[in-house]
Design a protein around this ligand. Sequence first.
Ligand code: TLP
Length: 343
Amino acid sequence: MIDLRSDTVTKPTPEMRRAMAEAEVGDDVYGEDPTVNRLEERAAEITGKEAALFVPSGTMGNTIAIKCLTRHGQEVICDSRGHLLNYELSMTAWFAGCLIRPVDTPDGILTWERIAPAIRPLGPHAADTGCIELENTHNMAGGTVYPPEVLRDVCARAHALGLRVHLDGARIFNAATACGTSVRELCEPADTVMFCLSKALGAPVGSMLAGPRDLIAQGRLYRKRLGGGMRQAGVLAAAGLVALEQTPPKLAEDHANARLLAEGLANLRGVRVDPAVPPTNIVIFDISGTGLPAAELSSRLKARGVLINPIGPSVLRAVTHYDVRRADCVRALEAVAAALAGH
Ligand code: TLP
């Protein structure tokens, strides 16, 4: 099977498995797992923040960040296609007691011009804005990337109003690769950042939440409340450390493979790719011009050995990662062309 459903499907590399087997461990709830501690220090260093916290998932990282940055009853500004709003089972409401104020964008990029009208002061008819959330890269907009100057501008203007910014950087290493800059530069303007070890970086489990020391200490307690106290988690952190050192240089290849897929798809009649040139590893394509439902194409592809998920009635998402190579993408394109034949 050529699995393009997500970059979450990667299997740990032999180096990761070796590091996991040999990891030095302790009870992390007591702060005594040396491998987790090393991973947290490394994540803080890479993002340029005071401290970091190892969490089981990106969802838990975002959930804890929003809880730390808001008060019950506030609003969180977020792009309307954001992961926080659409794929985290309403955790912002469930755990932080906040409502998401969605903002439409053509490309997933929240500029200040788009954010400003959504900011609300507390009043008899409105809840106030608690924080702003940005997603970089933006998953459902097609792996789009914030220009670094937009990130800096949004955060500076938010801070001037006393508002803090959380960055959902699940794929921040992809963003840094696409911009030719460091992860640190992209994280610097935001107050907190979550990034995933288990997406494009290829570790089997885990995400990091980084930010100011006092906020991360508070986040550690929320992690425990959510059932995320992981004890001898060094076996997982060890794979994360390997992922951090070894995978970032390979991401450009995933991006080139995504471009190859996008160009091939755009050449098929009735298929539209959004955006036309995906900047990172996510290819969103619309097949409404073929008349075939996305779910039907997905099942036809499965029968041909290719997994691609529908994300709407006529839209599918293909994600490249280190377990699919260029030749696999060429085969996947052939499968799509064959599955669409006659449509
Ligand atoms: N994204 C998954 C699915 O949930 C859609 C995927 O296959 O892409 N932020 C962003 C931007 C994400 O893309 C994801 C996962 C998360 C947060 C949540 O991470 P996990 O799955 O570890 O909770």
